[in-house]
Write a protein of this length. Structure first.
Length: 187
């Protein structure tokens, strides 16, 4: 079997439904040897909302689903592009970048390794926050001894995920170093 990775264009926001529909049809039609894997490259992102740490998944490539497939069986391409079986599919990404079903272009192995490596890398380093802060921005401290205070971001340490924030305590400006998770942007 010659399995290669292909890019299927999907209606943005419907990637998960497309993935599930393809997987269900592959099992139903007993074509798992021709389509062993369907992926939506995504990462887990942590964000603070109302003082609570929330996890959500963010797609690397909105509107795209990766399919590992062998097209030696003609049914395989038809299955993926059949809009009655798989709603919300636009088609394969081809050499021209359009969504024609003729001759889908497989991804180069280097691209696949980069995408799959990025997915693995995110699984290894899970704590990734989605809310970078800007110097001069007003933030509310949500955790720690200064909880409830409002301050101004003075310095951002992206690499350490920390901030220097000036908080007014008893009428005096006091510099405090806080983690991203301890603060929330003011509305």
């Amino acid at each position: 079997m010659d399995h290669k990775w292909y890019v299927v264009r999907a209606v943005s926001g419907k990637e998960r439904k497309v993935k599930e529909a393809i997987e269900n049809e592959v099992v139903r039609q007993n074509l798992t040897e021709y389509i062993p894997q369907v992926l939506i490259p995504s990462e887990k992102v942590y964000e603070m909302r109302n003082g609570k740490k929330r996890v959500r998944e963010r797609n690397f490539f909105p509107g795209y689903v990766l399919v590992q497939a062998d097209f030696s069986n003609g049914e395989v391409m038809h299955l993926v592009t059949n809009k009655e079986l798989i709603p919300n599919v636009i088609g394969f990404l081809s050499a021209t970048g359009s969504s024609t079903t003729k001759d889908p272009l497989p991804l180069r192995q280097a691209e696949v390794n980069r995408i799959l490596g990025k997915v693995d890398e995110v699984e290894e380093y899970e704590e990734k926050l989605d809310t970078p802060f800007i110097v001069g921005e007003s933030v509310k401290v949500m955790d720690g001894p200064f909880s409830g205070f409002t301050g101004t971001v003075e310095e951002v340490f992206e690499d350490r995920k920390k901030l220097n924030v000036t908080v007014k305590i008893f009428g005096r400006n006091t510099p405090v170093e806080l983690n991203y998770i301890q603060v929330e942007k003011e509305d």
